[in-house]
Structures are given as C-alpha cells and as structure tokens.
Write a protein that binds this ligand. Structure first.
Ligand code: UD1
Ligand code: UDP
Length: 408
C-alpha cells in the first residue's frame, strides 16, 4: 500500500503559498455544509488563521443555503469554495453523490495537507470519504459521539461510525467520547480529548454582547427547536399539539425559530401559527439565538448544539428524543431525555415550571462540554504532529498491508 503524502518541511513554499519560518504553512481544508458545522468549526478556523503554522482553506459544500449563509456571515467566515449542492427536499443518496464528487474535485485542485471535518452530517461523511479517496489525512472534530442505535439519530449515527474509520486525528469533546473511540479499537495515540468547540464559539459570541432576544413578552420563556428526521411526520404533529397544550398556561411564551426544512416548516407553521402565546420566527441569527437562549427559562429541543449550549447559560433542557449521544449532559443533571411521548413532554415541562427546587437543580448543574479552549488544543496538536512527521504516525496507512489499515 502506498504512503499518504507527507508534508515535507524542507520543501519551502510553493509560489502561490506564503513562506513561514523556512517552512510552508500547512494547508488545512476545512469542510462544512450545515449551520452547526459552521458554529463548531468557526473557532477552529479562527485558531488556524491565528497560527503561523497553517493556511486554512474553507470549503462550503452548500448542503444548507439560507441557514448556513446567515451563520457564515454572522461569524465573519468567507468560503474559498462553495459547491452549492442544496436542492429543495434533497434525498440523502443524491446529496451524497453530489458532495463526494464536488469535494473530490476541490481536493484534487487544492492538494491540502489535511482535511478537517466536524460532527456527523452528510457533508462530514462525504468530506472524510473524499479525503480518503484522495489519500489526504482527516481530522475529525467532535469525534466519538454514539447513541448506540444505528438509525437513531438517522442517518447521523452511521455517519459518525463511518467517519471514525476514515479519521487520523479524533478530537473527542469529552472523556466519555474518547473512551468510546478507544473501545472501538482506535489507537489511543490518535484520540485527543479537547472539549467541544461549541463552547469556544458561545463564549466568543457572548463576549461581544451582541444580539437581541426574540421573546416578545416578559412571560416565562420556553425556547423550542425541532428538526430531526426521526421526529418528522406524525411525531412532529404530536409535538406541535403538545406545545399548543403547554401554551394554554397564561404565564409562558413559547419561542420557536422554525428550521428551513420543508418537512419541519409544513407541520409546525400550519399547527402553531397565530397562537397568542407562541412566537414563530425564521431561523434566528446566531447572536439573536444565543441572546434568546440567555433570556429563556427553559429549553425544549431535539438539536445537538442547543443542548450543549443551554447548560453553559444555566438553562434546563428537555431533550425531545428517544436516544442520546450526549449522556454527559443528562448525567450532569442539566438535561433530561424525555422522549417523544406528548404526555411525557407536557408533564416534564410543567414539572420544571412548577417546581422551583427541581428547576434550580437543573439550572445550576455544571456544563460538561469544556472550557472554551478546544480549538486551541486542536490546532496545537495538529501542528505538533505535522512537525514530528512520520514519528507521529501521519503516514497512517503505511504499515497496514492492503486492507483498510487498522491504525487509520
Ligand atoms: C442536517 C444534518 C443534521 C443537522 C442539521 C442541522 C444530515 C444528514 N443532517 O439536517 O445532522 O442536525 O442539518 O440543521 O446532514 N433547507 C433549506 N434551506 C436551508 C437548509 C435546509 O431549504 O438553509 C432544506 C433542504 O433543501 C432540505 C431540508 O431543508 O430539503 C433538509 O436539509 P438537509 O441538509 O437534507 O438535512 P437537515 O434536516 O437540515
Ligand atoms: N441556531 C441558530 N439559530 C436558530 C436555531 C439554532 O443560530 O434559529 C444555532 C444554535 O445556537 C446551535 C446550532 O444552530 O449552535 C444548532 O443547529 P441545529 O439545531 O440546526 O443542528 P444540530 O446541532 O442539531 O446538528
């Protein structure tokens, strides 16, 4: 089996690439395509930009459009490439085909030293797969999350498993995620526990104190987001009915920024528009969303990122899903996995609103997702390993014969 291309520290800069300390900076292609990837890779991009060791290249797959463009603009990120793959009501297999082809083309043209992907979306999987085909080593940010159920969340659990087989640097957000990777046979030397970059970004945004809450009243605020595929259809209709029931309380306002997916919008907007205690909005600008989160009293969500952000702002979370890949937040006491049964959701929300001691215990629970310095740890580790070259195992495929190398 041939070796992966190693960066050659003696090679100097190519004509169009800046020179640094006698070495050329490492070209890191950062691939993202959806809103949460932008949130969680923005701190990594900032750290790469600030480091003299790297020249980052931002590749936007365009899996999302309005929601991602809104986020990129707000976070001051300008892609070098935009594959613009999004189609209305896109099917996973079609999207996957367009992404692998488009990302492969960019990687061949740019020839980066490494590829960085984040999380578990179709863009994440296709970014890692295209890098593997082009024999470029992959760094995976937010590695090692597992629900243990292959089709829940769908298709993200499978995406995570596959990306882990394609990855050289596994940046795990928590000790548990790191241990999970090692238990699956990932070499311990390739797993680094860093914290979650979502906290880096949240602190960055909150330091700027920008953004306005979208709650309209001074009532107790319930912030809701829903979008997961496994919650779409009848389940989402039932959840909408539960929100209507909850909104009958005269002391609450429900704020629901509606995801752009037509499968979500068609159900939620139809069921919940023109209700006195319910505020529906388009997806909020990140600064306004975090200001709304800070102004809320309680969060109901099936989002990954939102359940990570809320505990940092001392907001209790009810997770509207049947499985979780983030049990740390439940164990810490900041969130409860309430499932999707309408009565259970209704009872759990009322319980929190009516029991001040229970509310306090959840609100005061610690956030398990790190200290806001994850991106720095990631870039430092990458720079050190590239400086060490083969000693750090960068030629990961070299010793493993013809099969997919076990060390990968
Ligand atoms: C994707 C990710 C999911 C992540 C979510 C973040 C996959 C398989 N899933 O789910 O893990 O939690 O993003 O929000 O990658 N759409 C628009 N405008 C937009 C964005 C989406 O119209 O700005 C439409 C698309 O055309 C599509 C639908 O929304 O029809 C769903 O988008 P898609 O990227 O397929 O999956 P998400 O449900 O957004
Ligand atoms: N978010 C936002 N505006 C909104 C809703 C969410 O900026 O109206 C942010 C939120 O702060 C979090 C991210 O989007 O950082 C979560 O994205 P999403 O729920 O779409 O995806 P997931 O995290 O579930 O993959």
């Amino acid at each position: 089996m041939s070796r992966l291309p190693l960066p050659d520290p003696a090679a100097g800069a190519t004509p169009d690439r800046p020179q640094h300390h006698g070495h050329r900076p490492l070209h890191a292609a950062v691939i993202l395509g959806t809103r949460p990837e932008a949130v969680k890779l923005a701190p990594v991009l900032r750290a790469l930009e600030e480091s003299t060791d790297f020249a980052p290249l931002l590749v936007n797959t365009g899996q999302h459009r309005e929601m991602l463009d809104q986020m990129l603009a707000r976070l001051q990120l300008t892609p070098h490439h935009d594959l613009a793959v999004m189609k209305d009501r896109q099917q996973l297999s079609d999207l996957t085909g367009r992404l692998v082809e488009g990302i492969g083309r960019v990687l061949r043209a740019e020839g980066p030293d490494l590829v960085i992907v984040q999380g578990d979306t179709t863009s994440t999987l296709c970014g890692a797969l295209a890098a593997f085909y082009e024999r470029i080593p992959v760094a995976h940010v937010e590695a090692g999350l597992r629900s243990g159920v292959l089709d829940n969340p769908f298709p993200e659990e499978l995406n995570r498993l596959l990306v882990s087989r394609l990855t050289r640097w596994h940046f795990a957000p928590t000790e548990r995620a790191g241990a999970r990777l090692r238990s699956e046979g990932v070499p311990a030397d390739n797993v680094y526990v860093t914290g979650n970059t979502v906290i880096d970004n949240l602190l960055w945004v909150r330091r700027r104190a920008a953004g306005r809450s979208a709650f309209r009243t001074g009532l107790r605020g319930i912030l809701v987001t829903l979008h997961r595929r496994e919650n779409q259809g009848d389940r989402m209709r039932a959840m909408a009915a539960t929100l209507l029931r909850l909104a009958r309380r005269s002391d609450v306002e429900i704020l629901l920024p509606v995801h752009r997916s037509p499968a979500v919008r068609d159900v939620l907007v139809t069921a919940l528009r023109d209700q006195p205690n319910i505020t529906l909005t388009d997806p909020l600008d990140y600064f306004d969303f975090t200001a709304s989160l800070a102004a809320s009293d309680l969060v109901l969500t099936d989002s990954g990122g939102v359940q990570e952000e809320a505990p940092s702002l001392d907001k209790p979370v009810l997770v509207l899903r049947t499985t979780t890949e983030r049990p740390e937040v439940v164990t810490a006491g900041a969130a409860r996995l309430v499932g999707t049964d309408p009565d259970a959701i209704h009872a759990a929300a009322n319980g929190l609103l009516d029991d001040p001691a229970l509310y306090r215990s959840m609100a005061e629970a610690p956030s398990p997702f790190g200290d806001g310095r994850a991106a720095q740890r990631i870039t430092t580790r990458l720079a050190e390993d590239f400086a060490a070259g083969p000693a750090a195992g960068i030629a990961v495929g070299a010793a493993a014969g013809d099969a997919l190398p076990a060390r990968w």
